[in-house]
Design a protein around this ligand. Structure first.
Ligand SMILES: Cc1cc2nc3c(=O)[nH]c(=O)nc-3n(C[C@H](O)[C@H](O)[C@H](O)COP(=O)(O)O)c2cc1C
Length: 359
């Protein structure tokens, strides 16, 4: 996530069971030309626990993407091309979602990147190399939106995938909204069902969009077996428009993974099965920013998201609105830490646990 999925946040979601973390979209051209861009856009831990990380790039050039990937490869597990960003500045530069109209270019970019990584000595031969014990495997993947006319999306994926026995990409993440669909509109389930059924045997397909809590997904999936049992409240509830009744939810047997953005910001413990953000996620985040600092305002924004009502049916929040506003007024970390400790104390909860064994 642009602005947000920096190291401390990625470490926090990883602590709570997220398998794979993406960096914010990094502009490949800047990354290649400027060492300060590299230092500020890609922060990795040299000491912490292993954190599987995918560097996501914005690019429209095979040369730029393959060079940026070559520079990033020693520090990450794979590289991903953003074909989903709908922002007008990105599309005007033929970046992000504009690439959904350039399937040959996208294929050329991933082919050039795979070739460059291979020349650099990285294993890019699909699962065998990715899981190589030498740790030299690097993935190349793409994140897309869908078209209004799904035949165009099918053509896009077919072109970018190439020979299914010698694929150009290791996996695909689908955000089933078009470039013009607002994020308040539920994802297009028919598109997701059709595309996972069509391509799910050819490569791993992940979904991005409306993963608000694990118990209110708008589809059923073997990924969640045993299937969560809905509480009477949850089954009646519509989480931000997502249908939760089993009759209306398609089953997606070929889905390979779930990606979350907005709801994970609000609840970094989502993939550990928490319906709302627990205080211990705040503790883990605070501990991580002590070691991998964030700008104060950015860190506070994360905290207001985590202490807010979130995206699931349970709208309870760690802090009320007034307390969250108070949080935004601090101008230093000491006051933020004291405030959080006070808020926890007022609720009879232990102060921030700074040591891993205390969480
Ligand atoms: C703050 C924010 C930043 C985002 N940044 C990126 C990004 O850098 N790259 C990307 O592919 N998608 C990005 N997205 C889109 C999300 O990955 C995702 O596709 C979309 O928000 C729908 O998923 P959600 O319902 O889980 O939020 C971003 C979304 C948000 C809210």
């Amino acid at each position: 996530m642009v602005r947000y999925s920096k190291l401390a946040f990625r470490q926090t979601v990883h602590h709570f069971g997220t398998d794979l973390c993406w960096t914010p979209m990094v502009l490949a051209k800047e990354f290649n030309r400027n060492s300060f861009a590299r230092d500020s856009d890609l922060t990795i831990s040299t000491t912490g626990p292993e954190l599987p990380t995918i560097a996501q790039f914005g690019s429209n050039s095979p040369l730029e993407l393959s060079r940026a990937s070559s520079l990033a490869a020693p520090f990450v597990n794979g590289v991903d091309l953003n074909c989903g960003c709908p922002q007008s500045w990105a599309c005007a530069e033929t970046l992000g979602a504009a690439l959904m109209e350039k399937r040959d270019l996208v294929r050329d970019m991933v082919v050039a990147t795979r070739q460059r990584l291979r020349e650099d000595g990285w294993g890019v031969g699909k699962e065998a190399d990715i899981e190589s014990p030498k740790g030299r495997g690097r993935s190349v993947s793409v994140k897309i939106r869908v078209h209004k006319d799904l035949r165009k999306t099918v053509d896009f994926i077919t072109t970018v995938l190439g020979d299914e026995h010698n694929r150009n990409i290791d996996w695909l993440t689908i955000h089933p909204r078009t470039r013009y669909t607002q994020s308040s509109v539920p994802i297009n389930l028919e598109a997701l069902e059709l595309l996972t059924n069509m391509f799910g045997d050819k490569l791993p397909v992940l979904v991005s969009g409306d993963v608000f809590t694990l118990s209110t997904l708008p589809y059923t999936s073997h990924l969640l077996e045993p299937q969560p049992t809905f509480t009477s409240n949850a089954s009646k509830h519509e989480a931000n428009g997502a249908p939760t009744s089993d009759n209306t939810r398609p089953h997606l047997p070929k889905l390979a993974g779930l990606m979350s953005a907005r709801a994970l910001l609000a609840n970094p413990a989502l993939f550990a099965g928490y319906e709302t953000c627990p205080w211990k996620a705040v503790d883990v985040f605070m501990r991580n920013i002590a070691r991998a600092p964030l700008p104060l305002k950015l860190g506070i924004h994360h905290l207001t998201e985590m202490c807010g009502a979130g995206f699931g049916p349970d709208r309870s929040a760690l802090l009320n609105k007034g307390e969250r506003i108070r949080l935004t007024e601090f101008d230093n970390w000491i006051d933020v830490i004291d405030f959080i400790d006070d808020m926890k104390k007022a609720r009879g909860i232990e102060p921030i646990a700074w040591l891993p064994q205390d969480i």
